[in-house]
Design a protein around this ligand. Sequence first.
Ligand SMILES: Cc1ncc(C[n+]2csc(CCOP(=O)(O)OP(=O)(O)O)c2C)c(N)n1
Length: 266
Amino acid sequence: MKTPARVLADQVNQIQKSGRFSPRSASLPTWCPGCGYFGIHQGLNDCISSLEIPLTQIVTVSGIGCAGRYPFFSNTYGLHTVHGRALPAATGVKLGNPNLTVFAVGGDGDGLAIGGGHLPHIARRNINVNYLLFDNSIYGLTKGQPSPSSPMGTKTKASPYGTVDKPLNATLMALAYGASFVARLFAGDPKGITEALIEGVRNPGFSIFHIYTTCVTFDKNFKTWAHLKEWTHALPQDYDPTDLGRAFNEVLKDDFSLGVIFKRDA
Ligand SMILES: Cc1ncc(C[n+]2csc(CCOP(=O)(O)OP(=O)(O)O)c2C)c(N)n1
C-alpha cells in the first residue's frame, strides 16, 4: 500500500509530467477561512506561472508560524526551518546554487522579533533572495499574542490592557538597511503582489515585499480587512522609486501607500 507521502509525490510528478505548470501544491493550505495569506499565495503563484521558471529551479524557505507553513502549500522545493531563521537558510540555499530562484517567506513575529537580527545582514550582503514578509501584526500560530509590528494599544489575551511599545516599520527598516528592492503591498490585492513580485524577482540583489495582511481569527479590531481596505492606497502618481530620499520621506509620512517604494540595480 502506498503511504500518503508517496500518493502526494505521485500526484505532483503526474502534474509536472503532464506539462501543466502549477506552483500550487496538492496539499491545500490549512490557514483559517478568510485569512489574508490566501491572497499572498495567489499573488506568488501567479508570479511563478508568469515568469515560467521551472518549479525544480525554485526553493521556498520559511521559518515557523502560520506563514511558515507556506512551503507545504507550494509545488516548488521547500525548506521549513526553525523560528526566525528563514533568511540565513535562504542565504545558504542561494550561495549553494546561485542559479536557483529563492523565495523566503514568514510572519512579522518570525521576521521582526526572533529573526529580526537577520534582515540587516541579508540586505547589506545583497543576497539575491526574494523575501515576502506577511505582516498581520500578530503571532497567529501561537494564538494571537502581539508582535513587534502591532499598533500601540493592541489588546490581546497576552496584552489585556493594550500594548505600550511603538511598532516597528519593516519598510523603513528595509530602506535603512540598504535593500535593493522594497515593495509595500496588501494581501487584498493579489494582482498588485504579482506585479511587484515579477519586478522584484527580475531585479538583482535582495528584494523585500512587506505585505500588510490580516489575522481574521485573533485580530477583530486592529488590522482587519475593513481597516486595511480603508487605509491602503496607491503611491502618488509622480512617485519615483529610484530616489532613496523620496522613499524615506514617503514612508515616514504615510504608512499605507502601496507599490514599489525603492529599487536600484546593484
Ligand atoms: C524558538 C521558538 N520560540 C517560540 C516558538 C513559538 N512560536 C511558534 S510560531 C510563533 C510566532 C508566529 O508569529 P508570526 O511569525 O507573526 O507568524 P504567523 O503565525 O502570524 O503567520 C511563535 C512565537 C517557536 N516555535 N520556536
